[in-house]
Design a protein around this ligand. Structure first.
Ligand SMILES: [Cu+2]
Length: 810
């Protein structure tokens, strides 16, 4: 039985509560309610006619797109006054229609970036396919779609809908909005209001040291990571799955010793888990039910003569957090060592790239069907035969397309601009321009910035393990809502201290980092932490917040005392802290220390509490009521991390537009669009006006089957997703290479010169530029980076590391 407040029932409950509250509101003068705030709309009730020749009221326009039949009419059946607006869609193949506040300087209200606004209107409708849609005026790019906030339920009588916007994005000076009709039906509206949310109360005093309040604090945990993991998955119970497989240690591979561990950051315990195959450099993603799909891994290490590279497994497993065991699924169609893994809106998983069983590049897309619980045969999956490289960062866009951000592992980026929009349905790939140094984005980090509704992606840092330049400090940002999206340059990454083997010194010039981690935080900022200056070497000790609301970095945070370069990872815990694990430099060592970062927001006094969440089983288009112990400014769902090699394309922060009932009771409007929030378990946070988050409550967001089942059980229709048209003026698609078996990949793809030592060490194929091309300088560099003293020379000696010819280096 479903006990949640949903849709119509929720709205009625909300309205009753508003009525009951009115008297006490008047007496207690709540600090953040907007009662009395001026309505910023011109002609909010359609009473003023438009200019001569116009059939729309003043400051209102007919708006919409797509293939549908429709009518607009000013009618006398009004909520107040003598006029209201009636929009009917009589046939629909796609798109929407809405009466929209006219997008010009005279009619669209002026707004302030960072502020929030309450939007409300009275309406009657006979279709659930109505959405509150907002547009923003970008100070450089002009008017564009911003976001959908709410699905007002069907109502035969006049009803009021009200919802609060997220903070207005930067570079926005006006907004316009309307109620979109995107199904067959009729919507009548009247008495719109747009009110600024009042000033926030001053922040509480610092409760930590001055340094903690400004920079946060790192602690190294007493319990180490028991395995040499390179994969970290936050489970729906708050524990962390750490997967090592052979742990990039060929002796463990040869012994058949494969490991994982479940680490409990609250209890400070770790437990090793039997691991069936070498999941070293596999892919992973949480399925809709919270189980973890793990695909591919390592079938074999490179040969000692360097002629054969790493070999990818076809194997795939599902890890169940409740039993802490792996269960085999069917195989993928081919091996994919270093695959991407992205969950789609219907719960399916799509995977690209990596190396096949014969070490060549895999050019086939693989799809795991949620309904069939298996990998589909290749002929049931659309194919472009493109080689996407290793761990290509494929981010689900809100219309179901995928954005390849350009972040990847090893070597150069893809041919072309290095970033693309991939349309699975149309089977096309279209490059998007603007990514700087696309061939130096090896182990850069990309994230969909908060909130996911804004569809902006941040890409930071990166290097190239083959040419091995100093890693860069580039920040590139793309707004996928622009008709023709392009990356634009953001601020440079802040610099910290780097240890190039001779002690820490300040970074200079263009020095940045690869292996950087980017973690979405509940206050809407991004923590970037860790990283190194060169291929598997030279840790950088630096951390900062990127603030999407201002496109700026807050530099100078406390830094993780543990180096975090190759095979490190950082991720958000449900208590709002960030955990970091791993470091596997080229010398073959592994750092088992676990560190945890407490951000400044946890040194700002008591945290808001989610005192009740009526239901934790959510469906798309839901209205979910929560209670809090004091006012919050925003609420969101954050998808738990599944990260490896700086890459977690499923990481997302989904804003939950609020309908504020009173200071302690809030209805959260859950998107109707599964592409914005793919099905699965999420951390629900409430965040106060000072950015202090609650501890998360785990909630489960249902996929299409849940949506359909819920509608059936309630005997009513739930809204279809409103996927507003965007990024629809792309360049022509790229030519596909045509069917082929694989793409050639050099056995040196990992950047290691296999003439030296075992496959557990990685002597760089290219030393950093400052290392002279002499035996002495190279041997000094290897010694300073604590490589084994005498590594066996396998065959020839191209780097001249064995001048005495005894078969061992230096
Ligand atoms: Cu790796």
């Amino acid at each position: 039985m479903r006990r949640k407040i949903r849709r119509g029932a929720g709205r009625r409950a909300a309205l009753t509560a508003v009525g009951a509250m009115t008297a006490s509101l008047l007496l207690t003068a709540p600090q953040q309610a907007t009662a009395g705030a001026p309505n910023l709309l011109t002609n909010p009730g359609f009473e003023t006619a438009g200019p001569a020749g116009s059939d729309m009221p003043s400051c209102w326009s007919k708006s919409g797109w797509g293939d549908n039949d429709f009518t607009f009419a000013t009618v006398a059946d009004s909520h107040s006054g003598t006029k209201a607006m009636k929009v009917s869609v009589t046939r629909r193949a796609g798109g929407d229609r809405k009466a929209l506040v006219t997008e010009n300087a005279a009619c669209a209200p002026t707004v302030v970036p960072g502020k929030q606004y309450d939007l409300s209107a009275w309406y009657k409708s006979d279709t659930p396919d109505v959405s509150v849609t907002v547009f923003r005026h970008d100070t450089t790019a002009g008017w564009q779609y911003w976001t959908d906030l709410q699905n007002p339920p069907v109502s035969a009588a006049w009803a009021r809908t009200e919802v609060r916007t997220p903070a207005v994005p930067p570079n926005t000076d006006q907004i316009a909005w309307g109620l979109s009709v995107y199904g067959v039906g009729t919507l009548t509206t009247d008495d719109y209001a747009l009110e600024e949310v009042g000033a926030v109360p001053p922040g509480p005093a610092c409760t930590g040291t001055a340094a903690e309040c400004a920079k946060g604090k790192w602690e190294v945990m007493g319990t180490q990571n028991p395995v040499r993991s390179m994969h970290a998955v936050v489970l729906k119970n708050g524990k962390v799955l750490l997967i090592a497989g052979s742990g990039n240690d060929i002796s463990q591979f040869n012994a058949g010793t494969f490991t994982s561990a479940v680490y409990d950051p609250v209890a400070g315990t770790a437990k090793t888990i039997p691991t069936p195959v070498d999941m070293f450099c596999s892919g992973h993603v949480q399925l809709a039910d919270g189980r973890v799909l793990v695909m591919s891994g390592n079938k074999g290490y490179p040969s000692a003569d360097g002629k054969i590279g790493y070999q990818g497994l076809k194997d795939s497993y599902v890890f169940d957090p409740s039993t802490e065991t792996y269960t085999k699924t069917n195989d993928m169609n081919g091996g994919h060592w270093y695959p991407s893994a992205t969950i789609l809106g219907n719960g399916d998983v799509i995977s690209f790239g990596g190396l096949k069983e014969d070490s060549t590049g895999n050019v086939t897309a693989e799809k795991f069907s949620a309904a069939q619980n298996k990998w589909l045969p290749m002929n049931e999956v659309n194919q472009t035969w493109s080689y996407w490289g290793l761990y290509p960062s494929m981010i689900l866009m809100q219309d179901g397309r995928l954005f390849y951000s350009g972040s990847h592992t090893f070597g150069n980026g893809t041919p072309g601009s290095g970033a693309s929009v991939y349309d699975y349905g149309a089977n096309t790939i279209t490059d998007v321009p603007g990514l700087r140094k696309k061939d130096e984005r090896d182990e850069s980090a990309s994230v969909l910035l908060p909130p996911a509704q804004d569809q902006r992606v941040l890409t930071v840092g990166g290097g190239n393990n083959e040419s091995n330049p100093a890693a860069n400090r580039l920040t590139d940002i793309i707004d996928l809502k622009k008709p023709s999206p392009a990356y634009t340059a953001g601020p440079d990454l802040p610099q910290g201290l780097v240890d190039t083997g001779t002690g820490k010194r300040p970074q200079t010039g263009a020095e940045g980092k690869m292996y950087v981690s980017a973690v979405l935080l509940p206050d809407g900022k991004v923590l970037e932490t860790g990283g190194g200056l060169h291929d598997r070497a030279d840790p950088v000790f630096e951390a900062s917040f990127f603030d999407p609301a201002s496109n700026t970095y807050q530099a100078g945070l406390a830094t993780d005392p543990i180096p975090r370069t190759y095979h490190s990872g950082s991720f958000l815990l449900p208590d709002g802290r960030v955990m970091s694990v791993g470091d596997n430099p080229g010398n073959g060592t592994y750092n088992h220390a676990v560190s945890i970062y407490t951000p400044p927001y946890l040194f700002k006094g008591p945290r808001p509490k989610l005192t009740s969440v009526i239901d934790t089983e959510w469906v798309y288009g839901d209205t979910q009521r929560i209670t809090v112990d004091r006012p919050i400014a925003k609420a969101e769902l954050i998808r738990p991390a599944a990260v490896t090699h700086s890459s977690d394309p499923n990481q997302r922060f989904v804003d939950l537009p609020m309908t504020v009932i009173d200071n302690k009771t809030i209805d959260l409007n859950v998107t109707s669009n599964p592409n914005l929030a793919p099905p699965g378990w999420y951390m629900l946070f409430g965040v106060d006006a000072n950015g202090v988050p609650s501890v998360a409550t785990w909630v489960h967001l249902g996929g299409a089957p849940a949506l359909a089942a819920a509608a059936k059980a309630d005997g009513k229709q739930l809204p279809a997703p409103h996927e507003h048209s965007f990024a629809d003026k792309l360049a022509p698609p790229k030519a596909n290479p045509g069917q082929r078996d694989s793409a050639p990949v050099a056995p040196t793809v990992a950047g290691c010169d296999r003439h030296y030592g075992t496959a557990s060490v990685c002597v760089p194929g290219a030393f950093p530029a400052e290392v002279k091309k002499t035996t002495k300088a190279r041997c000094e560099w290897l010694a300073a980076h604590q490589f084994p003293k005498r590594m066996k020379v396998n065959g020839s000696d191209p780097l001249r590391l064995d001048p005495d010819g005894d078969g061992y280096t230096c």
